[in-house]
Design a binder for this molecule. Structure first.
Ligand code: COA
Length: 333
């Protein structure tokens, strides 16, 4: 019998502190009108001191496990995606394992930034379909607010990003009833690595941490916003089209599209590029900002809980981000 991965539970968590555009306007030369017009964002959530990416991941994971009716002891593998781990090493997978009190199961960390959740989902999907694992926790989490440049110098980046986490539980199910992950498609183009990156710290420097880099702001994320924008608007539709063609499906078959919430203008361009009506597109960036790897599972959980995603629906996920990396996944709910 051929097997597919079924999403049996979803969950998300954002830290309680809301930072709106007016709050940011007190820190730098920006305005609520500029941020809303250029990105569609009104507010985002920021952690308080001492709260790490793994803490948000744990909350989202608890909610996803409860949604799936899965006892923590039944989870047999973790795939965790983030660009903002609590520590340089180890990754957050092991911290999630420890904080949830799980057994000594494997924990794989995925480093694919905004595409991280789909990369993580894809990895987990392979483990389920080969029969290696029976109940995988896939979690994506980010704390970005603690390393953004909230001065005028960093205003193009710091207004966009927010903190949060989302998780799903994957389990095997029979392929012949049509349900589950139909495919994942993953891409990269490293020639553009420096167009959206955090350049330092780098072990290529000796010593790695230098006061000069700090003064130059090189420990902050940097982005060539326009080229990222253009590539995001072309690569996400390409990835969705590849997924549909692979499964013999068409644009009309898509019930719900969840694009990575990078910028609401990008989401609308992706929908337009694909010819998908805007009513089918999940958009929550106004309330949470760009939460990088966490953005898709947060939006997915909201859409499921709101009843926008129902049994039998064809759900298309697509992401684009630093690397460059981009990806798509098709799920029959
Ligand atoms: N507030 C006010 N003005 C700002 C600003 C802010 N927060 N950030 C930038 N500006 C200014 C710029 O300095 C520029 O001023 P200038 O014309 O005097 O040089 C002006 O606004 C226009 O900048 P521009 O870069 O042309 O704006 P844009 O319409 O391209 O929007 C982004 C900027 C960052 C919102 C947009 O490029 C974007 O969304 N890029 C992709 C973001 C993304 O997806 N990133 C993550 C990938 S997953």
């Amino acid at each position: 019998m051929s097997i597919r991965s079924i999403v049996t539970g979803t969950g998300h968590y954002v830290p309680p502190r809301i930072v709106n555009n007016h709050d940011l306007g007190k820190l730098m030369d920006t305005s609520d009108a500029w941020i809303r017009e250029r990105s569609g964002i009104s507010e985002r959530h920021h952690v308080d001191a001492g709260v790490g990416t793994s803490d948000l991941a744990v909350e989202a994971s608890r909610r996803a496990m409860a949604d799936a009716g899965a006892e923590p002891s039944s989870i047999d593998f973790i795939v965790a995606a983030t660009l903002s781990p609590d520590h340089y090493f180890p990754g957050i997978g092991v911290l999630v394992q420890a904080k949830l009190g799980l057994g000594t199961i494997g924990a794989l960390d995925v480093r694919n930034q905004c595409s991280g959740f789909i990369y993580a989902l894809s990895a987990a999907d392979q483990f389920i379909r080969t029969g290696a694992y029976k109940r995988i926790l896939v979690v994506a989490s980010e704390v970005q607010s603690t390393n953004l440049d909230f001065s005028d110098r960093g205003r193009d980046m710091s207004v966009l990003f927010g903190d949060g986490a989302g998780a799903v539980i994957l389990e095997p199910g029979p392929a012949d009833n049509g349900q589950g992950i139909l495919s994942t498609h993953l891409y990269s183009q490293g020639q553009f690595a420096a167009q959206l990156w955090m350049e330092k710290p780098s072990p290529m420097d000796n010593p790695t941490f230098q006061a000069q880099f700090f003064e130059e702001g090189r420990f902050y994320p940097k982005m060539e916003g326009r080229n990222v924008f253009v590539n995001a608007c072309t690569r996400m539709p390409e990835a969705v089209r590849a997924a549909l063609a692979h499964n013999g499906l068409s644009i009309e078959d898509v019930d719900v599209l969840i694009p990575h919430q990078a910028n609401d203008r990008i989401s609308l361009m992706v929908a337009k590029g694909l010819g998908i009506p805007v009513e089918k597109v999940v958009r929550n960036i106004d309330r949470v900002g760009n939460t990088t790897a966490a953005s898709i599972p947060i939006a997915l959980d909201e859409a499921v809980k709101q009843g926008r995603i129902r049994k039998g629906h064809l759900v298309a996920l697509t992401a684009f981000g630093s690397g460059f990396t981009w990806a798509s996944a098709l799920i029959r709910w």
